[in-house]
Design a protein around this ligand. Sequence first.
Ligand code: UDX
Ligand code: UDX
Ligand code: ADP
Length: 463
Amino acid sequence: MKITKICCIGAGYVGGPTMAVIAQKCPEIQVTVVDLNEDRIAAWNDENIDNIPIYEPGLDKVVAEARGRNLFFSTDVEKAIDEAQVIFISVNTPTKTYGKGKGMAADLKYIELCARQIARVAKDNKIVVEKSTLPVRTAEAIKSILDNTGNGVQFQILSNPEFLAEGTAVEDLLNPDRILIGGDSTPEGQNAIQALVAVYSNWVSADRILTTNVWSSELSKLTANAFLAQRISSINAMSELCEKTGADVNEVAKAIGMDSRIGSKFLKASVGFGGSCFQKDILNLVYIAKSYGLNEVANYWEQVIIMNDHQKRRFSNNIVQTLYNTVADKKITFFGWAFKKDTNDTRESAAIYVADDLINENAKIAVYDPKVSKEKVLADLDYLETRAASINATNVLSFDNPYDACANSHAIALLTEWDEFVQYDWQKIYDSMQKPAFVFDGRNILNGPALEAIGFIYQGIGS
Ligand code: UDX
Ligand code: UDX
Ligand code: ADP
């Protein structure tokens, strides 16, 4: 089957950039991205390319090139499903906030809604591709819904997990380490796999396109995220030990990273990992393991989350302790709110939890993030439901300019590794602050000795 029309349900951090790159690289394929959220679609269609809803380096250029040519954003979900041969499902799969598996399992209600809608609308055979990260054996559920509620047409379900990281999404999509496609071993399944392989072959070399069965593909995605998160929790565990012993975690990371069996990437000690994937996917893995009675497996992976929570709490506790055991009514400046640099995404960002702890201690938090608005900061805190929204609003101050954010502040907590933080005029910042002026570098990106020479009391992670 030759693919000429693709539909993607969900215009978020995964669906938007992925489809933009497919459209850019496959000008002969019409790609339509649909979403129920009208504002989001309107933003993707905004004539001013700076207003597209997701900030990713290079994404504006890709969208500008393909949009209106063979890339379309629409709220007409049914029309796009009807026309397409391939339908990607890229809707959100948050952790359940209710019922069985609350706080652990993935909430599949959006996936199920998509499956039912596809079944209702489809009048010819379709390939349905799971793009969102899903619990193992979700494909089976999707297949069952499609086969039992559809119009007698054939569906092939493929798993094609996305491995892009935010902040480098376009680069990751253009030069992926691998493309993973899982499908049935039947001839129809294999044909569907080959149809999708042909799409990616427009820009990805054959040796980087891996095909497997559906379950291996689904589980590989959860495993990859669990391993990546585990490295961070492992180095963060060492960071605490380094602080007690006089070792330096940066030196330790460098030394172990040179062992080619370990590798040097993903060994940066930090205030804790965030993002929409790591915690959710591990909780999901833990839930699946428990549901099979595999308690040792579940406990092993759960420890990665426990360590991460500890690292966030340790950071806020240390701020309180260092500031003479009270931060009440003290202005604490946060540099960064996003969960990592080069993104406006704040989901599960460590900054949210550190701020929540400090507000419990009656601190005033002055946030400066180059890409995150005050509304988003407050929405993130309100979502925790720790206290009334009105109290969050009086305890969070927001600034458009980093220097104003620091004036009269007692301490700076660096939560996101934005490059610009390193370039600031730190003497000017020091002069405007209360003394002693503290810097808590949750990302180890600042030059500690240089700051100490100015007069700051500087603390990084793990040294
Ligand atoms: C180890 C370290 O590799 C070495 O750097 C250190 O100096 C001493 O300890 P060693 O114990 O000799 O070396 O062997 P190693 O190759 O690391 O294997 C250790 C065990 O892990 C073996 O039982 C091996 O079979 C097992 N292993 C290794 C696996 O089960 N799976 C693997 O992928 C790798
Ligand atoms: C991750 C996976 O990398 C990606 O393959 C998957 O598709 C989605 O989940 P993402 O969450 O976008 O991507 O960002 P990632 O770069 O993995 O960072 C996750 C978190 O870990 C961030 O908060 C980051 O700051 C933190 N991190 C990362 C560290 O604290 N130390 C490191 O060494 C690396
Ligand atoms: P991700 O990081 O996985 O891309 P996002 O939350 O950024 O997650 O994006 C998911 C998108 O999917 C949201 O914009 C949401 O409105 C959309 N969505 C969820 N369910 C449906 C549905 N049934 N039909 C169309 N769009 C949907």
